[in-house]
Design a protein around this ligand. Structure first.
Ligand SMILES: Nc1ncnc2c1ncn2[C@@H]1O[C@H](COP(=O)(O)OP(=O)(O)O)[C@@H](O)[C@H]1O
Ligand SMILES: [Mg+2]
Length: 280
């Protein structure tokens, strides 16, 4: 009787898969669904401030693992764009998705941050009184960390994570140094490290090399290049040499819309771009 073909058994369901689904927590990539290779979808985004259109039907897609540079003259809407992605500003119009599933316009700023969008503001905000190592501990994912840091010992995994991030940001030699005593560039890298402790899938960086020395600027280009691939990185920057040194794809914003998009050389040759930005 058990083999009677008329009895409708759920033969399509693979028992191993059911087991896995119950036992394994889906990854964040699975939850937000990046299977199509796109981490961020922005379509027809408009933002007005007192009738002035800071963003005007802006459409932009960022691929998984991509390093994208966004340039544009002052007032083009670059910071407003980051504010929309991170939930700080709500657009009047448009669509914003993180992966296939997460509607960013329905999420709060803290929710968006915890789902894996990290934002580096222009000004470094490290804890000056604490060491480099303590800063990374304080930035660690779990909430309990805030209360137990400096009193409880770290797990092996947490120590490994801090070691990896120190290596990435190039501050391994300075773990015990007080953050307040770091150079401007080192503070910026430490803050990027603090964001990395939360494992963002998408990292937004606003004008990272402003105020940096030439050497620091080059090191930052190398750092951002290293960070892409394992996560997506969007960099807003004015410094054209810097953009040239890191950029794969460049998006030029002008008056709240995408004016041009492509590899740096093509962008540089584009007459529209020369007129509004590079030519000036
Ligand atoms: N909160 C705000 N209130 C009013 N106007 C704003 C606000 N934020 C930005 N703007 C205006 O929107 C435009 C785009 O600003 P912004 O996104 O900061 O440009 P960018 O970062 O490219 O220099 C600017 O003209 C700016 O004055
Ligand atoms: Mg800005």
């Amino acid at each position: 009787m058990a083999d009677d073909p008329r009895i409708n058994r759920p033969t399509q369901v693979d028992p191993d898969r059911v087991f896995n689904f119950l036992v394994e927590t889906p990854t964040r990539e699975e939850l937000i669904d990046t299977a199509r290779g796109v981490i961020l979808y922005l379509e027809d985004i408009s933002v007005s401030f007192d009738g002035f259109r800071a963003l005007n039907e802006l459409t932009l897609y960022i691929e998984t693992g991509e390093l994208r540079c966004i340039i544009g003259p002052n007032g083009a809407g670059k910071t407003t764009l980051m504010d929309v992605i991170t939930g700080k500003t709500r657009p009047d119009w448009g669509t914003a998705y993180f992966g296939q599933r997460v509607n960013l316009l329905r999420r709060s700023e803290p929710e968006i941050a915890s789902m894996g969008i990290g934002r580096k503001f222009q000004k470094p905000t490290v804890f000056e009184q604490h060491t480099v190592h303590e800063n990374l501990e304080l930035a660690m994912e779990s909430d309990k960390r805030v209360w137990t840091t400096l009193f409880c010992s770290l797990t092996g995994e947490e120590k490994d994570r801090i070691g990896e991030v120190l290596e990435l940001i190039g501050l391994s030699e300075l773990v015990g140094k007080q953050a307040g005593a770091l150079s401007h560039g080192q503070k910026q890298w430490l803050e990027i490290g603090m964001l990395l402790m939360q494992n963002p899938l998408l990292l937004l960086v606003d004008e990272p090399v402003a105020g940096m020395t030439q050497q620091e600027t080059e090191a930052t280009a190398a750092l951002l290049t290293r960070l892409a691939g394992d996560r997506s990185v969007v960099v807003v920057e004015h410094d054209m040499e810097f953009v040239r040194s890191i950029a794969k794809q460049v998006t030029v914003l002008h008056e709240g819309s995408v004016l041009a998009e492509g590899p740096f050389d093509a962008i540089q040759e584009d007459p529209k771009v020369r007129e509004v930005y590079l030519g000036s």
